[in-house]
Design a protein around this ligand. Structure first.
Ligand SMILES: *Cc1c(COP(=O)(O)O)cnc(C)c1O
Length: 249
C-alpha cells in the first residue's frame, strides 16, 4: 500500500462529503508475499478515526516465528485481524480465525439467540457456548483441530515450521538465481513466496514487449499441465531434478 496516497485519498474523500471508515492492510499478499507497513497505516487510521483491518490470511501465521514475526510489527494496533492457519501452518482445510481487539462485537453482530440451538438450561457455565458469536455457527468448531495441533507441536513446533518454510523459500531462490532461462519477478521477496518466469529458449533473444509477454503468459499453464498429467512428476518431491524433462523449448 502506498501510505502517503492512502492519506491523500482519505482527505479528498472527506472533502467530497464522503465518510471513509475502513482500511484493509495486508500482511503477506497472496502472490508476491508483500507486507504493508502497519505502524504508518495505523497512525493514519488513528488520525482519521478509521477501522484498521489486517488481512493476515497468508502471512498471519508468521507470528509463530520469533525470527520472522517482526514482519508484522504494529499488528497489535489493528481493530480486526483475519488469519488462516490452514495456509502457512498446514492445518487441514478449513481453519480461519477472525480476531477483534474489543470484546463483544462478535456477539452483538452475529448473535441470533436461536433458543432451539443455544439452550440456557445447562448445568455448566454457558459462556463457553460460543456458537452464537461465530459468523458461521457450526464451522466454529474448525478451530478445534488447530487447538489440538498447537497442543501437540507447541509454539516452538509451529515457529520451527515457519522458519523452515522461509529456509525452503531461500533454497528455491538459490536454485533459480543465475540459472539460464529463469527470471525473478521480485529479486528479493519478503515472505516465503518465490515468483519467477521460465523463459523458453526460443523466447530468450526476443526483444522485451507485448509480443514476448503474450508468449510468456502461455508458459506457466503449459508447465502446470505437464506437472499435473505426468504421474512421475506429480509423485516426485524433487521436481527440480526433472527440469530437463519438464521444461519447454
Ligand atoms: C487466501 C487469502 C484470502 C482468502 O481467504 P479465505 O479464508 O479463503 O477467504 C484473503 N487474503 C489473502 C491475502 C489470502 O492469501
Amino acid at each position: 500500500m502506498n501510505v502517503a496516497e492512502l492519506e491523500t485519498q482519505v482527505i479528498s474523500a472527506q472533502k467530497a462529503g464522503k465518510l471513509p471508515f475502513f482500511v484493509n492492510a495486508t500482511v503477506g499478499t497472496t502472490i508476491l508475499g508483500a507486507f504493508d507497513p502497519l505502524p504508518e497505516i495505523a497512525d493514519i487510521c488513528e488520525r482519521h478515526k478509521l477501522w484498521l483491518h489486517v488481512d493476515g490470511a497468508w502471512g498471519g501465521s508468521i507470528l509463530m516465528s520469533k525470527k520472522h514475526r517482526h514482519l508484522l510489527d504494529g499488528i497489535y494496533r489493528a481493530n480486526s485481524f483475519t488469519w488462516n492457519p490452514h495456509k502457512l501452518l498446514g492445518v487441514p482445510l478449513q481453519c480461519s480465525a477472525f480476531l477483534l481487539r474489543e470484546k463483544g462485537h462478535l456477539q452483538s453482530c452475529n448473535a441470533m439467540h436461536a433458543d432451539y440451538l443455544f439452550q440456557k438450561d445447562k448445568n455448566y457455565d454457558i459462556s463457553y457456548d460460543t456458537g452464537d458469536k461465530a459468523i458461521q455457527c457450526g464451522r466454529h468448531n474448525d478451530i478445534f483441530k488447530f487447538w489440538l495441533m498447537w497442543r501437540a507441536k507447541g509454539e516452538k513446533g509451529f515457529g520451527d515450521h515457519i522458519d523452515r518454510m522461509f529456509e525452503l523459500g531461500e533454497y528455491l531462490r538459490s536454485l533459480i538465481k543465475g540459472r539460464e532461462g529463469f527470471k525473478f519477478v521480485l529479486e528479493k521477496g519478503e515472505c516465503t513466496n518465490v515468483c519467477f518466469w521460465y523463459i523458453p529458449a526460443r523466447l530468450r533473444d526476443m526483444p522485451e514487449g507485448h509480443e514476448k509477454n503474450a508468449e510468456l503468459h502461455k508458459v506457466a499453464s503449459r508447465i502446470k499441465a505437464k506437472v499435473s498429467t505426468r504421474p512421475t512428476l506429480r509423485l516426485s518431491p524433487r521436481i527440480v531434478r526433472y527440469q530437463d524433462e519438464l521444461l519447454l523449448q
